[in-house]
Design a binder for this molecule. Structure first.
Ligand SMILES: [Zn+2]
Length: 284
């Protein structure tokens, strides 16, 4: 099962149903029952991210937190710490004492080994992104520098209360889908949409900032319904724009782009100018 740290938002993998867990990233200790569940069963593709950048809503410094070992605090571990650890320490000390060699030599031998261990974690950060569609229904999921190319499937399908944050992603597929109260935030990313870039309904929200969107021929930019809100800022679009914004949905695009728009009665649209209007504006 995967829970969500209430202090930094990181995923916490555990099989415990009660007791306490310690966050690998921020070291906060929380009662299992008090944490939000991201996945009842740990998905087969899940790998704990090597580092975690707390999303802005957690009010922590946005410096990456490195994963540390020792995720769980349990009664068993307390027993180990209280009773077994002193015995081990005694055994180690007597072993060291029995070796009459100077200690400086052992410490100089340890050092290169430790350095070799820490080297891989300082390599470029890469978080785990599934091979197929990224699906979620709860929790906050942050990804940086991920890449994926899907022939005929959505890149992201977020529903429920899921929050997906992508930074510097390069993704290709039919598009992204947001439903329910889901929220998707794309920053500095490259998206190639083959069908519809953003399909959103319910109260879903999609924010696209400083990204680049390529639409395949015949693909549409938005298909928005109900109370969905999509905000596109500083994100150039490649390809002929078509969009549907219906019901109470809101689409806001800055700077404005020409787009063939199918607009519902209560839809709010800014920044999608009809190709005809643009021609008129130019004449002035
Ligand atoms: Zn944490």
């Amino acid at each position: 099962m995967i829970l969500q740290c209430s202090n930094c938002g990181a995923p916490l993998q555990t099989e415990r149903v009660s007791g306490k867990v310690r966050c690998r990233y921020c070291r906060a200790v929380s009662a299992v029952g008090s944490l939000q569940t991201q996945h009842r069963v740990t998905p087969p593709w899940y790998r704990p991210p090597p580092v975690w950048i707390p999303p802005p809503q957690y009010n922590l410094p946005s410096t990456p937190l490195r994963a540390q070992l020792g995720v769980e605090l349990s009664v068993f571990m307390v027993v180990v710490l209280v009773f077994v650890a002193p015995l081990i320490a005694l055994a180690i000390r007597s072993a060291i004492d029995s070796l009459s060699e100077p200690r400086t030599r052992t410490s100089s031998q340890e050092e290169p080994r430790q350095r070799a261990k820490t080297k891989p974690t300082s390599a470029p950060l890469e978080e785990v992104w599934p091979v197929g569609t990224f699906r979620c229904s709860s929790g906050t999921h942050s990804f940086r520098f991920v890449q994926s190319e899907l022939a005929n499937a959505p890149i992201i399908h977020a529903e429920g209360t899921c929050v997906v944050m992508l930074d510097h992603a390069a993704l290709s597929g039919t598009g992204i889908v947001a439903e329910g109260n889901a929220k998707i935030v794309l920053d500095h990313s490259d998206i190639h949409a083959k069908a519809t870039f953003v399909t959103a309904n319910g109260n879903a929200e999609v924010d696209v900032n400083r990204s680049h969107v390529a639409l395949s021929t015949g693909a549409s930019l938005f298909d928005l319904h109900n109370n969905a809100v999509v905000v596109l800022q500083g994100s150039p679009i490649d390809g002929a724009c078509r969009a549907t914004v219906a019901d109470n949905a809101t689409a806001s695009v800055t700077p404005a782009i020409p787009c063939a728009l199918g607009k519902g009665a209560f839809a709010r649209v800014t920044g999608l100018t009809s190709p005809v209007q643009q021609r008129g504006a130019k004449r002035r």
